[in-house]
Design a protein around this ligand. Structure first.
Ligand SMILES: [Cu+2]
Length: 530
């Protein structure tokens, strides 16, 4: 091991230091409330400190929506034969095109001010359409999406549609698309090929632009709605704030270099947690879509209460075989998504929680904190509990493996790096040429070895893969993924389906690691039929 990292203290102790940072602790910021599960639970009851919550997005926003300068009163033309399911989510982007099968929206990135914490002055944020998080983009699988993007930031940017298998020309990679300069525009056009939960964010100086507020959810509904009572979108983030505002971005301390920037304020849908309590009824079944948009923090979540909870979807959409997570914690790596089906079994209180690492007695304990509380009311008319039928899912299981490649993650001392350290993939930082060239349609085993202690959420653009092994064992994380968590000093075996031709970024989604070099490129050459 590189001696520089031999004495690395690991992730948890430095998180603790941040979470207990002086002034924010005193006022009970979201992260600090997390330190006391009981108070977090009680606090959710009268959570006026949590601000307006995602409830604000509920009314009238289920099929229409508002942008930053309009309200929910905007009428969306009645273009959908099949209306979208009811959705509780950050405000929706307004579809201004009446044609069926087309979703056409305006998206403007600009500076904007937000007060997110009583102890922190108004933040100078970067916002899409003046909203935080950016407005939710919603389409149906097969729709053409047209995004008229305008950059009003003081710096260049792009928009990456995380998880979508679209043309590399529309992927927001600054290696392909000339970044959009201040005052300039770019129109992103693509067909959404796969139903699922996705998100969008910049791919230029992402460690700062994303932290400052540039991200939003992207939901692609199935061809036929799954008959859930309603859907809820939870866009999870953390922010590192100080008494002055955002913690400095140019301080490459050892913890930031090693583990990325973890925040001390936890946010869901742009609000400090817990969100304002909502209600549901016994017998109802909801689809909770969660996405982790943090710079670096792997989130550990669970659903508690009188419910049956199953994972029904992940990065690449619905699963062939959902699996129960009733009462069980599971990890949501940076960039990853899970769709959780929540069946309210009886009257009571259900919660979506996050578990935060805290140092205790020389070790680490995980303390739960409530993100969303749901009051479940009785419904005497409910005879039996049932979940809606799910559509069949295309299986890739019988695809023959064409090739095996290896990736090695490491870091080296590098005087040229702002941190004095560069992160590497296969011995090189910031690969600008293809590390591998594949033929379209190839099925490839990717064997990943992580040489150091910090974990890495590996993200491959434009393709899906399955996670076969983590440290040699089937991790039971079924479904198509675009993001896989590679444990410290560990290994991961993926089976990737390289079906989408183009030049594709393959990188660590800890944005500081990517910024410090952990970024490579896969090329997929089009088949002759293309
Ligand atoms: Cu990393």
């Amino acid at each position: 091991m590189n001696p520089l990292f031999a004495a690395d203290p690991g992730r948890a102790p430095w998180l603790l230091a941040l979470l207990l940072s002086a002034s924010l602790t005193a006022s009970g910021c979201g992260a600090t409330a997390a330190g006391d599960a009981a108070s977090a639970d009680a606090g959710a009851e009268g959570a006026d400190g949590a601000g307006t919550s995602s409830d604000a997005a509920t009314g009238g926003d289920t099929s229409a929506g508002g942008t930053g300068d309009t309200t929910a009163a905007d009428a969306t033309p009645p273009k959908q034969d099949k209306p979208f399911p009811e959705l509780v989510a950050p405000k929706l982007l307004v579809d201004k095109n009446p044609a069926p099968g087309v979703v056409e929206v305006d998206l403007v990135a600009a500076v904007g001010k937000r007060k997110l914490h009583p102890d922190v002055p108004e933040l100078d944020m970067y916002l899409y359409n003046g909203e935080f998080p950016g407005p939710t983009l919603r389409a149906r699988v097969g729709d053409t999406v047209i995004v008229h993007f305008k950059n009003q930031l003081p710096e260049k940017t792009t928009v990456h549609w995380h998880g979508l298998r679209i043309s590399d020309q529309m992927d927001g990679s600054p290696r392909i698309q000339k970044p959009v300069e201040p005052g300039e525009t770019f129109t992103y056009t693509f067909v959404v090929p796969d139903a699922g939960t996705y998100w969008y964010h910049p791919h230029v100086r992402a460690n700062e632009q994303v932290e400052k507020g540039l991200y939003g959810a992207l939901i692609v509904q199935e061809a036929d709605n799954v008959a859930y009572t309603r859907e809820r979108m939870f866009v999870m983030d953390d922010m590192y704030l100080t008494k002055e505002g955002f913690g400095a971005f140019d301080t490459w301390s050892h913890p930031v270099t090693m583990h990325g920037r973890s925040g001390n304020v936890l946010l869901v849908n742009g609000e400090r947690i817990p969100l304002t309590k909502v209600s549901a009824k016994e017998g109802e079944v909801e689809r909770w879509r969660v996405v982790n948009t943090a710079n670096a923090r792997t989130m550990i979540v669970d659903v508690q209460g009188p419910v049956y909870a199953r994972i029904v979807g992940t990065d690449g959409g619905l699963l062939a075989e959902p699996y129960s997570v009733t009462g069980q914690k599971f990890k949501v790596p940076v960039g990853a998504r899970y769709d959780i089906e929540v069946l309210y079994a009886e009257k009571g209180t259900a919660t979506l929680r996050q578990h935060l690492p805290m140092a205790a007695g020389g070790g680490v304990v995980y303390k739960p904190t409530v993100m969303q509380m749901v009051t479940v009311d009785a419904d005497p008319s409910v005879q039996d509990l049932k979940t809606p039928a799910l559509p069949p899912v295309v299986s890739f299981a019988d695809r023959k493996v064409d090739r095996t490649v290896a990736l090695e993650f490491n870091a080296v001392e590098d005087p040229a790096s702002p941190a004095g350290v560069s992160w590497q993939i296969n011995g090189k930082s910031h690969w600008m040429t293809p590390i591998f060239t594949f033929a379209q349609g190839e099925t490839v085993i990717i064997d990943i070895t992580n040489k150091l202690g910090p974990e890495h959420p590996f993200h491959l653009h434009g393709q899906f893969f399955e996670i076969l092994e983590v440290n040699g064992v089937d991790p039971k994380l079924p479904g198509l993924k675009d993001t896989a968590l590679v444990p410290g000093m560990g290994t991961v075996k993926l089976r990737a389906y390289l079906d989408n031709p183009g030049m594709w970024m393959a990188h660590c989604h800890i944005l500081e690691h990517a910024e410090l070099g952990m970024m490579s490129e896969f090329k997929v050459t089009p088949s002759a039929a293309e």
